[in-house]
Design a protein around this ligand. Sequence first.
Ligand code: DX5
Ligand code: ZN
Length: 219
Amino acid sequence: MKNIIVSPSLLSADFTKIQEELELVENAGAEWLHFDVMDGHFVPNISFGVPVLKSIAHKHHMLNDVHIMISDPLFYAPKFIEAGADLLTFHFEAVKRKNVETVIDMIKSKSCKVGISIKPKTDVKKIYPYLDKLDVVLIMSVEPGFGGQAFMESALDKISKLRKTIDRRHLSTLIEVDGGINDVTGRKCIEAGADILVAGSYIFGQKDLDKRIKELKRL
Ligand code: DX5
Ligand code: ZN
């Protein structure tokens, strides 16, 4: 039985009762907590940044899974690591090819786990050259920028291609999927080879939050 990691996305949380929200998801078995950082430039939305991460990062025991949808990851990465990121995932599309390894190496140099995220239109082969350095690949199953969007089935083919490549190279890189995840789409992602499921609107604000997280972990 595969241990599926659930990473609830804070973008859908009620910040007027954030401590309660953290306890709810952690007590339900969420092992990671997904921070969706948006700068209003790389994506057409603004969410939250370093001060919010700093205020939350040590108020729970989940892994701080920080997804930066921002234009200048090299400049801001150290600030998010300092604020408490345990895993920092930047966007492949936000960095010139010649600088991708520089960003990876800088994040690793600060003893932080590193991930690359790719948008739906980006070919998964583009990140193959970096796989051996990556702890996580974050496959976007929606256009980044908003919670509550519909799952894009095209993500499934990317997940299975990536799974085969990781296994063929005997790497330990984990596959995380993000966007439109529920019990039906989550199962398809796990069957395709995913390890971690990000879910925002399917979890936060739901009366049966506890049951939903436990269900996702057993897919
Ligand atoms: C979108 C974010 C996702 C999103 C997930 O840009 O990266 O993490 O918050 O929200 P749901 O699960 O509602 O699609
Ligand atoms: Zn995200």
